[in-house]
Design a protein around this ligand. Structure first.
Ligand code: UT7
Length: 335
């Protein structure tokens, strides 16, 4: 008997109600709707007023469980991709486990910023593929508004809050599920995108707060140059090594950091824009949540169908980046 393959068997997401539009930013900062739209593709983003990433994640997981028709007690593992954990410890996974009453699950947080979901999906798939665990929930959850400096126009306009969850289970038919994975890291990029304060190197003090070290820092131009090449390269590479052309891909599911990066990636793969999942206009960059949020929305709309071939691609802080090739295994109607 061949090795089992892991496949996504349910999706669910949650975005907070409060909408922060480009027009709102025009009142807060020296910026314009036109600049934000043309440079990033973003029109609005969602903001969570009360609670932490675990609250976003718990709601997303509950939606996924409902879509699958199972209870939280059936979960074996909870993997949380986040750079905005509720607190250093206990892990966000433990906080979620208590919130959703997943009393038979263990779990952990995984930090890989915008590539967090792909890293977590890859780790979760190992548990399913080696047969030690049957139901693994992988959730990308970030409350980016908790680390954004709303006085800094170069970063404030980019980010939003959201969570989205995917359930991984084994498939009997190996033509479905995760087919190939490429994950990369280059720590030399850390200088361009980071949050320095509050960790063991610079524990929070009045001085670190005065210096704004508890905020996300990004040199946008430096990151853009590497991201636009890195995400396109890795997406093209996964096609090449699986002897596929863009024409054989049904959906590119890219990390939503900047529409110009997404377009470059699609061009490099030879993909028509109609085959690219894009919701950056409505949510901005929700870090670990972007890719599963697309999957959940497109599945819910009936546009993500059984048998379709997907390439998931990301680039983010670390630097971390990667690509996952999969075949989708369930239609909405059958849920
Ligand atoms: O998800 C994690 C990975 N992150 C990314 O992939 C993000 C990558 N970077 C980007 O998406 C883009 O670099 C940004 C959207 C962040 C910035 O776009 P850009 O085209 O690279 O702009 P820039 O930083 O080169 O700035 C161009 C100009 C500057 O003015 P000067 O120096 O030319 O006079 C900025 O000060 O635009 C100015 N600017 C703004 N103007 C109006 C920067 N932010 C704003 C703003 N509104 N919000």
């Amino acid at each position: 008997m061949g090795k089992k393959r892991a496949t996504i068997t349910a999706v669910g997401h949650y975005v907070p109600d409060r909408v922060l539009t480009n027009a709102d930013f025009e009142k807060m900062l020296d910026t314009s709707d036109e600049w934000i739209r043309t440079r990033t593709g973003i029109r609005e983003r969602r903001i969570l007023d009360d609670g932490g990433s675990s609250d976003l994640a718990a709601k997303a997981i509950e939606a996924a469980l409902e879509n699958r028709g199972i209870s939280a007690e059936e979960l074996d593992v909870i993997i949380v991709a986040t750079v905005t954990p509720d607190m250093f410890f206990p892990s966000t996974a433990c906080l979620i486990q208590e919130k959703i009453k997943a009393k038979n699950a263990w779990g952990f947080d995984l930090s890989a910023a915008c590539s967090g979901y792909l890293y977590a999906l890859s780790v979760g798939a190992q548990f399913v593929e080696n047969g030690t665990h049957k139901k693994v929930i992988v959730v990308g959850a970030d409350k980016m508004s908790s680390i954004v400096d709303y006085k800094d126009r170069t970063t404030a306009i980019l980010f939003g809050d959201a969570a989205a969850a995917t359930l991984l289970e084994a498939t009997d038919d190996n033509s479905f599920g995760i087919q190939d994975t490429i994950l990369r890291a280059d720590g030399s990029g850390g200088v361009h995108l980071h949050m320095r304060g509050g960790g063991s190197l610079h524990p929070s003090t009045h001085e670190t707060v005065d210096e704004g070290m508890h905020y996300l820092y990004q040199d946008g131009k430096a990151v853009f140059k590497v991201a636009v090449v890195g995400m396109a390269d890795v997406s093209a590479e996964i096609l090449e090594r699986n002897n596929l052309t863009g024409a054989e891909v049904d959906w590119l599911v890219p990390h939503q950091a900047n529409l110009r990066i997404i377009d470059a990636c699609a061009n490099r793969m030879g993909l028509d824009k109609s085959k690219v999942m894009i919701n950056i206009d409505r949510y901005g960059n929700t870090t670990a949540a972007t890719i599963p949020l697309c999957l959940s929305e497109w599945w819910q709309a009936g546009k993500l169908r059984k048998g379709q071939r997907l390439v998931l691609s990301s680039f983010g802080a670390g630097y971390t980046w990667g690509s996952i090739l999969m075949r989708w295994s369930f239609d909405k109607a059958k849920q």
